[in-house]
Design a protein around this ligand. Sequence first.
Ligand code: DAH
Length: 339
Amino acid sequence: MIEGQLKELKDSADAELAQATGVQDVELLRVKYLGKKGALTDILKGLAAVDSSERPRIGQLANQFKTELSDQLTLKAEEFAATETQARLDRDRVDIHLPSFRRHTGRLHPVQRVMREVQEIFGRLGFSVKEGPDVETEHYNFESLNIPSDHPARDMHDTFYLKMGQLLRTHTSPVQIRTMETQRPPIKIIVPGNVYRCDMDITHSPMFHQVEGLYVDESVSFAQLKGTLTYFLREFFGHERDVRFRPSYFPFTEPSTEVDVQCGRCDGAGCASCKYSGWLEILGAGMVNRKVFESVGYDPDQVTGFAFGIGIERLAMLKYKISDIRLLYENDLRFLSQF
Ligand code: DAH
């Protein structure tokens, strides 16, 4: 009799489970059939009346019913839970496209950008980077570069003098001397750095930047100077711009030259920015003076070399069409964020 009841119970449980529509239905079925006061418990109350020889078999059947139904219910509940979770995820979708907070990132200062570009171009030609001190002596800044104290070129440098014969270097050229004193040729270096002159207007700042260049070997020629600087200027300003070399004078080079690049605003026709000449003066250069070699103990009959000096602010102002040098030092974000 119990056997028949168990079978009926199983059929009705199966039928009801098929009707279930969610986790809650399944849990109600579990209570109804397998709970402490459930249908199975009711049926098993009749077990006392069963013949003792039959009891183990019926007991086993009841257990089997219990585990099977319990497994079925668990499986079904899990299925419902999964679909319900999925439905909830679909419903509560988070829109990840909402605008976030704007983050302001820093950027390179135009002077730094130009510095890096200059170093990169000369790097391609095999020049390595050297540095020297901002506080210099008269010896390195002037004497050893063939600018003795009575030389008129000293007046042009508007030097900031410090105590005990020291000064703020007026150009990066002293690093030529410092390098040659400690190294033998071949030397092929560029020297980026700060320089100082007591001067201030729309094209002059008391502190500005230069890149010095020096190439010394057994037979460096003026043709190599022209080739190197022409390559640099075309890479920096564009290959369509013409370049010209004018004779000039610097105490530490002989012969000396100043190098111009064709004005980019008027293509050489002449305009206000090139003072109607069609050309912009960019840098000074020349073959290293014998006297400079002598001052570092090189034999001027054994080595030759060329040197050059470039003003970084001037390059930056021409490249980015900046009309007042002071804009570069005022740290106005409206200006700086344009680069
Ligand atoms: N030192 C020079 C200046 O500051 C620039 C210069 C000119 C450097 C010619 C050189 C050079 O090495 O050859 O005005």
